[in-house]
Design a binder for this molecule. Structure first.
Ligand SMILES: Nc1ncnc2c1ncn2[C@@H]1O[C@H](COP(=O)(O)OP(=O)(O)OP(=O)(O)O)[C@@H](O)[C@H]1O
Length: 254
């Protein structure tokens, strides 16, 4: 078996008495696209933050290319981050920076690249997500939501990462723009040969971008399989989610 690029082993995380992750086991092979489904509040973002090292698990391990990075800090943590791209929910661009400064953020700050070189790389990367150089000097507030997602995608791919996390990449977009963003994500992830982990509750996105789908429920991965088998999972939780039914084993988050 190929060595997974990312592995979560028995990851647990609680906030006070709220046990959010209760032993998450999941792995992602290099170049593979995994989508993690889960209801609102099921802990998808918490799982992602633990995987990225933005939160430390209470128990369990995070392995990156087979190495235990659970408690890495400083330089070691930075070395892992340099290999990882991230597209946060809502794009999360810095309002006070221009589009190109957002895209080149890592190059300017972590890699201390010369501004003129970084700008050139940012403009090249913007082209990959079909944005012309005319947007480079605009501020995020001056461009549409769909364009902001493309800028966020450019920022996630500029360092040519081996692994990219996508947190609800199509939230807040109309279905047509969402589909175009999914197309771009697929195209760019394939071009890099990167692995992708996407968390979403949008089934249309999941079907489109996933090689494999996993379902997070009550703090554990309760089902995992090829994207093509999602309609015939034989799992009541997955079925309810795929068909968007309010009644079933998963309670609506209201
Ligand atoms: N920093 C934190 N401190 C305390 N509780 C937290 C923190 N982060 C998340 N939680 C709790 O963890 C639970 C899971 O939240 P999380 O954001 O991971 O859900 P999610 O599956 O991503 O939901 P959604 O799909 O709605 O974004 C929630 O009950 C939330 O209140």
């Amino acid at each position: 078996m190929t060595q997974p690029i990312l592995q979560l082993k028995g990851v647990e995380k609680s906030f006070g008495s709220n046990q959010v992750l209760r032993g998450v086991d999941i792995d992602v092979a290099p170049g593979n696209s995994l989508v993690v489904l889960g209801g609102s509040g099921s802990g998808k973002s918490v799982m992602l933050k633990n995987a990225l090292g933005l939160m430390t698990p209470d128990a369990g391990q995070i392995l990156f290319n087979g190495e235990d990075v659970t408690h890495d800090q400083g330089r070691e943590r930075e070395a892992m981050r340099a290999r990882i791209g991230m597209l946060f929910q809502s794009g999360a661009l810095f309002d006070s920076l221009t589009v190109w400064e957002n895209v080149a953020f890592r190059l300017l700050n972590a890699e201390k690249m010369k501004r003129s070189d970084a700008k050139e790389r940012a403009i090249e990367t913007l082209k990959k997500v079909r944005l012309g150089s005319s947007v480079a000097d605009l501020y995020p507030a001056e461009i549409s939501g769909g364009m902001q997602k493309r800028v966020a995608l450019a920022r996630a791919i500029i360092t040519k990462p081996d692994l990219i996390f996508f947190d609800e990449p199509t939230t807040g977009l109309d279905p047509i723009t969402a589909d175009a963003i999914n197309d771009l994500i697929l195209e760019q992830v394939k071009a890099l040969g990167a692995a992708a982990v996407t968390i979403t509750h949008d089934m249309a996105s999941a079907r489109k971008v996933a090689d494999e789908i996993a379902m997070l429920f009550e703090g554990r991965i309760i089902w995992r399989g090829p994207a093509s088998s999602i309609e015939n999972s034989g799992n009541a939780h997955v079925d309810q989610f795929v068909n968007g039914r309010a009644d079933g084993p998963i309670q609506p988050a209201i």
